[in-house]
Write a protein that binds this ligand. Structure first.
Ligand code: PGA
Length: 264
């Protein structure tokens, strides 16, 4: 099942640097069970988790063995395919763990690790050449918002991230205003829609109307069970990238089941 535009909503949980591999196994198992108990239709709303690298093999084994209807991915990727890059993890290594997705250019990578737009673009290329779907994260700081308005920086970041992409590509875009991440101060659905619409027209300009129409655009930044429904009502918002709330099983399961919330 898809939304009106044919895009299957995606609810993605970015665990950041939390949960070891044993905790990951317990969490993923409980998440799958509780969603199955609630008769969640996984084909109607896709669910993905993004554990730390050290958990990925355990998550892969569990999901494959128990045939759990969950997707998973890595939180970052090296722009290089192999070689002397101590501490880095390549697309080939991530792909070997049957990850479907990889987060690229999260604001914490951009600010805490000085990741540039050029590196983000190189990582998008690395993901695509290793058959991974990049979830390209873009978003403005509060200073950007004041200086340039709501969509200028996210649109510029998306353009830069797609510099090496010329053909139809399977990608996801996550709009995450930096001021909304971990602050408890989410954007309004209206603000998210405004930027998502600009991002979609940028995709249309760069990659064509067909890719733009198929690409899911997520909102991220203080998404909770009590505000998800508002975002999901917006025509250009196709899901959420959830940080803090993705570590709380009940809260995350409730976000996934946004269609059961009153008024949706
Ligand atoms: P948050 O984080 O949900 O805790 O605001 C979102 C993110 O960083 O992806």
């Amino acid at each position: 099942m898809t939304d009106g535009a044919g895009r299957t909503p995606l609810i993605a949980g970015n665990w950041k640097m939390n949960l070891d591999h044993l905790q990951a196994i317990a969490f993923v198992q409980k998440l799958a069970w509780s969603l199955k108990d609630a008769r969640h239709d996984f084909a109607a709303v896709e669910v993905a988790v993004f554990p730390p690298f050290t958990d990925l093999r355990s998550v892969q084994t569990l999901i494959a063995a128990d045939k759990l209807p969950l997707e998973y991915g890595a939180q970052d990727i090296s722009e290089h395919d192999s070689g002397a890059y101590t501490g880095e993890v390549s697309g080939a290594l991530i792909s070997a763990l049957e990850c479907r997705y990889v987060l690229i250019g999260h604001s914490e990578r951009r600010t805490l690790h000085a990741e540039t737009d050029e590196q983000v673009a190189a990582k998008v290329d690395a993901a695509l050449r290793n058959d991974l779907v990049p979830i390209i994260c873009v978003g403005e700081t509060s200073e950007d918002l004041e200086k340039h308005g709501p969509s200028a920086v996210p649109v510029a970041q998306l353009r830069a991230a797609l510099a090496g992409v010329t053909t139809a590509a399977d990608i996801v875009v996550a709009y995450e205003p930096v001021w909304a991440i971990g602050s408890g101060q989410a954007a309004t659905p209206d603000q998210a829609e405004q930027v998502a619409a600009q991002l979609r027209s940028t995709l249309a300009e760069l990659l064509g109307a067909d890719v733009a129409g198929k690409t899911r655009i997520l909102y991220g930044g203080s998404v909770k069970a009590n505000n998800i429904a508002g975002f999901m009502r917006e025509p250009n918002v196709d899901g959420a990238l959830v940080g803090g709330a993705s570590l709380d099983l009940t809260e995350f399961a409730s976000i996934v089941r946004f269609r059961n919330h009153v008024g949706v």
